[in-house]
Design a protein around this ligand. Structure first.
Ligand code: KG4
Ligand code: ZN
Length: 344
């Protein structure tokens, strides 16, 4: 059949992404371009993503980002064989922009269109760096919007949720704790940096959902976030200087501990030999080092895509689209609607 070019469009949150990949006949997927425009700076002063601002930014960035992707790959739009777009989950108005663009390109280029799941894209992206995923594998998806433990039987078709957060996402907890500590948004990178100079054992913050009666693979971070806020308030009331590095390190340790403990336990119980960690929080240095330590001990292969692939981008949607095309799936009809609450 010959290699096929798949274009992927992502617009579920604050990143406008257009990716291009080549699907080879043997099923391997090669990254050709990964153009991303972020509106994160426009949200920084609000401490979180403002949906209306994100939608407008997508509208402005969609065409230039598309042009950049094709220029980077040295391809023409007429080279495209299929288009994949994030159908959900995500912000309704933001998703709409990507879906409308994808439909327009699909009609103009007369190529099939596939509405795909953003969460599955975060997993599929790993194949661009580490090759085909073993079936099954386990995925820990940790971002500003999601915290889920997933059994991936087939990334193109069958993903089963084993657990998820019952309140805040892990990244959201990072962002909120950063605000308490007076660090900038998004909070993950500055906390990661501060934690390097701190003592992770300085403060014993709670590990949510680890009691004997708690659901085995669910997570909770709002108690931890509140505990950090209370601790900081207490220190301020006593007129003490806040040991930002120690608080950051102790908070980060609590998050990494819970995430990796549950992921490794899930892998062991299900007899799964590979764990993929993806999403923006996968860039966290302590999460990956602790996961590495615990996976090595348990004999589990750990795969963490490079940070650029872990955060939202179009290449992850193109990669998933390639696996969906390779599986021979039926294209979406042109009137399909984005679904902000799309389950995996
Ligand atoms: O995947 P992503 O780019 O967007 C969403 O879909 O949410 O993830 C963004 C989240 C933010 O909450 C950010 O604080 C967090 O990922 N993050 C990190 C790090 N880098 C980004 N969290 C912890 N450590 C990091 N190094
Ligand atoms: Zn995401």
């Amino acid at each position: 059949m010959g290699a096929r070019i798949i274009m992927g469009i992502e617009s579920s949150c604050d990143e406008t992404g257009v990716g291009l990949v080549r699907l080879h006949d043997d099923g391997t997927v090669e990254l050709l371009a990964d153009a991303v425009a972020s509106s994160v700076d426009q949200h920084a002063r609000f401490g979180g993503v403002v949906p209306e601002v994100a939608s407008r930014a997508h509208l402005e960035a969609m065409v230039p980002t598309t042009e950049r992707a094709f220029a980077d790959a040295g391809l023409k739009m007429s080279d495209v064989d299929a288009i994949a777009v994030t159908a959900g989950p995500g912000l309704a108005g933001a998703l709409l922009v990507g879906v409308a663009a994808a439909k327009a390109y699909s009609v103009a280029l007369d190529v099939p269109l596939y509405g795909v799941n953003h969460l599955a894209g975060h997993i599929a992206v790993d194949t661009l760096q580490h090759g085909p995923l073993p079936k099954p594998c386990l995925a820990l998806l940790v971002s500003g919007g999601h915290t889920q433990l997933l059994r991936v039987d087939d990334v193109a078709s069958t993903i089963v949720e084993l657990g998820s957060t019952v309140d805040d996402a892990a990244g959201e907890a990072y962002d909120k704790v950063a605000r308490v500590l007076g660090l900038p948004y998004p909070g993950g990178p500055p906390i990661d940096k501060a934690a390097k100079a701190g003592n992770p054992a300085a403060i014993a913050f709670p590990r949510g959902m680890t009691g004997p009666r708690d659901a085995k693979f669910d997570f909770s971070f709002s108690g931890l976030k509140t505990a950090v806020a209370r601790w900081v308030e207490g220190a301020e009331r006593r007129g003490e200087e806040i040991p930002v590095d120690d608080v950051a390190a102790s908070f980060q340790e609590a998050v990494a501990d819970v995430l990796t403990a549950k992921a490794v336990r899930a892998a062991k119980e299900a007899g799964i030999g590979t764990l993929v960690i993806s999403g923006g929080v996968a860039a966290n240095s302590r999460l990956s080092s602790l996961a590495r330590e615990r996976c090595d001990k348990a004999g589990i292969e750990l795969r963490v895509p490079r940070p650029r692939l872990c955060t939202d981008n179009g290449a992850m949607i193109a990669a998933l689209g390639a696996h969906v095309v390779a599986a021979g799936a039926k294209p979406s009809s042109l009137d399909f609607a984005a679904n902000p609450a799309l389950p995996v």
